[in-house]
Structure formats: C-alpha cells, structure tokens
Write a protein that binds this ligand. Structure first.
Ligand code: NAP
Length: 242
C-alpha cells in the first residue's frame, strides 16, 4: 500500500470542534488515521500538544475564545485545510417547557459557534483557493420532530448557514460538505433516555460515531475535482421518508 493510499491526508491540518467525545472524537481519530495533523477543540480538553493531537480548551460559543484559539492555531499548526464544525448540544422538550435560556443555548452552540469558526477560517481557505469545510448537521436540519423547537431551529439554521457559505464559495476550489446523521449512540442521548420511550430508536440500533467519521473521511479524501455536497446517513431500517 502506497503512502498516498494509507495516509491520504498527509500534510493536511484538520480542525475538529467538539472533539472531546462522541462524533467529534471519532472524526478526529479517523482524520488522524488518514494522515492529518488534527487540532481538537472542546471545553473539557486541556490545551497542549501531545504526540497525537494538538488540543485547545475552547468554548466555541464565546467569540473572544474562538478568535483567540484560531489565532493560536494559525500561528502554530497553521491554517487548517479541513474544518469540521461538529460541537453541538441536544435536548428534547415540548415548546411550552423550552425556556428562553434553553433556546439560546441551542442556537449559541449549534448555530452561532459554527458561524464564528467559519467566519474566522473561510476567508483563509478562500484566499488559498483550497480546503474543505464540513458541517455536522442532523436529520433535524431537514426534517421536523416534536420536542425539537430549539434543536430543529438551530440545525435548520446551520444548514442554511452552510449552504450560504457554499454558494459564496462558488467558483473557488474550497469544498463544503454537510453531513446530516440520524440517531448516533453517544452521551448526547443520555438525558433523553430513548430506550425507555416509545417512538425513539433504541440505542443499540443507532449509528456509531465511527460511521459518521468514515463518512467525513470519505468526503475529505476525494480527488480535488470531487465536491461531496451533502451526506445523509441513517441507521438501516430507519426509513426517514414517509
Ligand atoms: N448523536 C446523535 O444522535 C446526533 C445525530 C445527528 C447530529 N448530531 C450532531 O453531532 C454533533 C456531535 O454530537 P455527539 O452526539 O457527538 O454529542 P456529544 O457526545 O455530547 O459531544 C458533543 C461535543 O461537543 C462539545 N461541545 C459542546 N458544547 C461546546 C462548546 N460550547 N464549546 C466547545 N465544545 C462544545 C463537547 O465537548 P465539551 O463538553 O468538552 O465542551 C463534545 O466534545 C452535534 O453537532 C450533534 O448535534 C448528533
């Protein structure tokens, strides 16, 4: 196996937000496995460069923290070739139980944070006329579910943000991929406890974080001429249509 085949992302810097656990952690591992130098961001990571990753403790909802961290990334590992906006939060509450604070938290984490990261880095990608912006959306970015006022609004919003960025990048060689998963078994489901409620996918039947990581890795390792605009991925038998 040639180096290009085993490490197709050799020489690339990848940034993954929300990489302390779950999907982001799996994406970071897969991109590293593919040869990228991976920078991970999360509130519970300890800032430092180990052998495997460069980590930054960063609250991506805080504009000053994002600006400061991205300046350090550019000065250190360099402008990321691959930016994965993954950090997110999730809860299910009927409209009447959703507080203004709940709503603001969902929007801040799932919509404003990807905006802050994209605003800081997309101009750099545009200037280099290369790179790849990946947004982790959700099935909730295009379908509606009860109890999803805050999450659904934030994910529909992030899809809109992603698509606007994509059309603004038209004519450049910067690529954009929106990955929209159905249920994935991570701790994000702990508070929902789907196994004890009807109408929810059982955790054992959910996707695994590694399934999403393979999709992201596939999209970002395509030949430069190939732009994978969107990936929708669900558990087998989930039947998202109808
Ligand atoms: N699991 C699913 O069923 C599913 C389905 C579709 C889409 N998604 C999306 O996939 C993404 C990852 O979800 P997951 O299931 O992997 O959830 P998770 O296991 O709870 O992980 C969420 C990650 O986001 C980070 N994060 C949250 N708020 C942050 C903040 N303010 N600043 C920095 N990092 C923050 C967390 O790190 P810290 O707590 O350390 O900050 C953690 O690393 C989210 O965008 C989610 O909406 C998930």
């Amino acid at each position: 196996v040639s180096a290009a085949a085993s490490a197709p992302l050799q020489g690339n810097v990848a940034l993954v937000t929300g990489a302390s656990r779950g999907i982001g952690l799996a994406v970071a591992a897969a991109l590293r496995e593919a040869g990228a130098r991976v920078v991970r961001l999360a509130r519970t990571l300890r800032t430092g460069a180990g052998g495997e990753y460069t980590d930054f403790r960063c609250d991506v909802t805080d504009p000053a923290s994002v600006t400061d961290t991205i300046a350090k990334i550019i000065a250190g590992p360099g402008v990321p070739d691959i930016v994965v906006n993954n950090a997110g939060t999730f809860f299910i509450k009927p409209l009447e139980d959703t507080t203004a604070e709940d709503f603001a938290t969902a929007l801040a984490t799932n919509l404003t944070a990807p905006f802050l990261v994209a605003r800081a880095l997309v101009p750099q990608l545009r200037q280099r006329n290369s790179g790849h912006l990946v947004t982790i959306g959700s099935i909730s970015d295009h379908r509606t579910f009860p109890g999803n006022a805050a999450y659904g609004a934030s994910k529909h919003g992030v899809r809109a943000l992603h698509e606007v960025i994509a059309v603004e990048l038209r004519g450049t060689l910067v690529r954009t991929t929106l990955v929209s998963p159905g249920p994935v078994d991570t701790v994000i489901w702990d508070s929902v406890d789907p196994d004890s409620r009807s109408g929810f996918t059982r955790r054992k039947d959910m996707l695994h974080p590694e399934d999403i990581a393979r999709a992201v890795t596939w999209a970002v390792t395509q030949p430069a001429r190939v732009d994978v605009t969107e990936i929708r991925i669900n558990p087998a038998g989930y039947s998202p249509r109808g």
